[in-house]
Design a protein around this ligand. Structure first.
Ligand SMILES: [Zn+2]
Length: 444
């Protein structure tokens, strides 16, 4: 008998955290930050709903902060077990956690509250963190755990417990040319599946590329700046890959591309280090080096970033954060949102309450650095660059396991997405499916 408790990402998209308890040992799957509406939302500060000292091990699906951001707090509060993920996920998590510590400190200072944790807490967490290979068996008491490729970001994993309980983590979008997509996992009877796009379709690989090409061409023809708020992991690398391919094949005019995000530049270096994890069918090792791609200008230092302003349009600026909740993109938005020749292109999920979501939803103006900025630029959206599968792919992922599946729990989605997915699973597959709420526990 195993008890499964949902302590985050339950009818929402952030704060992923699940606890398994077999009576002897307790293990956690992810320990993410609640990030809606603030970067470090107030719920992230509450004490954890279990005693961290009693947790034997933590398994991490992938390095995004909504899956890892409370790990240093977990350690600070007494967790002393082992942390496991793939090797690239470990390296990327260290980068992401250190970066977000800085963001959280600034946020805490603005609000006059203590920071959730410091870089030293991140270092203490990293000291407990072990890299593992996909398919390697990991034992914790009577728990047997194996990591499978989730195809979401470099080194992302689905976590299979006792050969039958599968946590999907965040799944990848199979149209991503850099990763190999999610693996088949057989024998699953309990599935905890993400449902970010449980109610929406995406453009396919060809469509999204054509759309991107059109957006770039139009933006260059108008002579404006093309701003792409991008998540530092995966979206940025995929965009660099696609745009540089278009430049090489002369499909788009010759324009400079600024990669204006220190975190994205560092993450791109990790992609280069773990080349073997990429989809070799597409990626040619000899020519593969994102940061040396023609026309790509990584601007690591603040001074270099400031110089982008002086470069005449047209130009492409890829900068974080992906939902415009912070980062250098805000400086470019302050300058170009009001320019009718410029364009803002959304390529990823924009959470409710974020600045990106307000612009996406058609706000006429936004406040940036205390200044009201009217929005006069063009606005484009391409969902196909999402790092998540769309509704149809997600359903297929579940259907492929329907022979052995007994129960499905949809997590990591806004209520309408999770509920749409479970309804479809009940109606078409006849499998009991649920969208648990925070704090719920079930026996499996
Ligand atoms: Zn993710």
């Amino acid at each position: 008998m195993i008890k499964l408790s949902f302590y985050g990402a339950s009818q929402e998209v952030t704060g992923s955290c699940f606890l398994l308890d077999d009576g002897k040992n307790k293990i956690l799957i992810d320990c993410g930050l609640f990030q809606c509406p603030k970067f470090c939302d107030i719920r992230s500060r509450e004490s954890l709903p279990f005693d961290p000292k009693n947790i034997s091990a933590l398994f991490v699906t992938h390095p995004h902060i909504d899956h890892t951001g409370r790990i240093p707090k977990l350690v600070k509060d007494g967790f002393a077990g082992k942390i496991y993920s793939t090797y690239p996920a470990r390296d990327l998590a260290e980068l992401m956690l250190k970066d977000s510590t800085g963001v959280m400190m600034k946020e805490a200072k603005r609000e006059g509250v203590p920071a959730l944790y410091t870089e030293e807490d991140v270092d203490r967490a990293m000291a407990l963190w072990e890299g593992k290979n996909y398919h390697e068996k990991i034992s914790v008491g009577n728990f047997n755990v194996t990591l499978y490729d989730a195809g979401h970001v470099l080194g992302s994993a689905m976590i299979l417990v006792n050969n039958k309980i599968l946590f999907s983590g965040d799944l990848g979008n199979p149209s991503n040319p850099l990763l190999s997509g999610f693996e088949e996992v057989a024998g699953v009877n309990t599935l905890i599946v993400e449902s970010t796009y449980g109610d929406r379709g995406h453009e396919d690989a060809k469509e999204k590329k054509i759309k991107l090409e059109r957006v770039i061409e139009q933006s260059v023809a108008r002579g404006g700046a093309l701003m792409i708020p991008a998540f530092s992991l995966e979206r940025t690398q995929e965009l660099l890959w696609e745009i540089s391919g278009m430049l090489k094949n002369k499909q788009i005019p010759n324009v400079p591309i600024f990669l204006d995000s220190p975190l994205a530049i560092r993450a791109t270096e990790v992609y280069q280090k773990y080349y073997s994890y990429l989809n070799r069918a597409y990626v040619d090792q000899k020519t593969f080096s994102f940061l040396n791609l023609p026309n790509v200008h990584p601007t690591l230092a603040t001074e270099e970033s400031k110089k982008i302003n002086g470069v005449p349009n047209p130009k492409i600026i890829i900068a974080g954060s992906g939902m415009s909740t912070g980062g250098r993109i805000l400086h470019h938005e302050r300058r170009y949102l009001q320019d009718p020749k410029s364009t803002i292109l959304f390529i990823g999920y924009q959470a409710p309450g974020s600045l990106g979501r307000r612009i996406e939803d058609g706000a006429e103006s936004v406040t940036l650095f205390g200044e009201e900025i009217p929005i006069r630029c063009h606005k484009e959206i391409i969902y196909g660059y999402s790092a998540h599968p769309d509704e149809a792919t997600l359903f297929e992922f579940v259907r492929d396991k329907s022979d052995t599946l007994k129960k499905v729990y949809a997590v990591h989605g806004e209520p309408k997405s999770s509920l749409a997915l479970i309804q479809k699973i009940r109606d078409y597959l006849g499998i009991p499916a649920f969208a648990p709420k925070y704090g719920e526990s079930v026996i499996i």
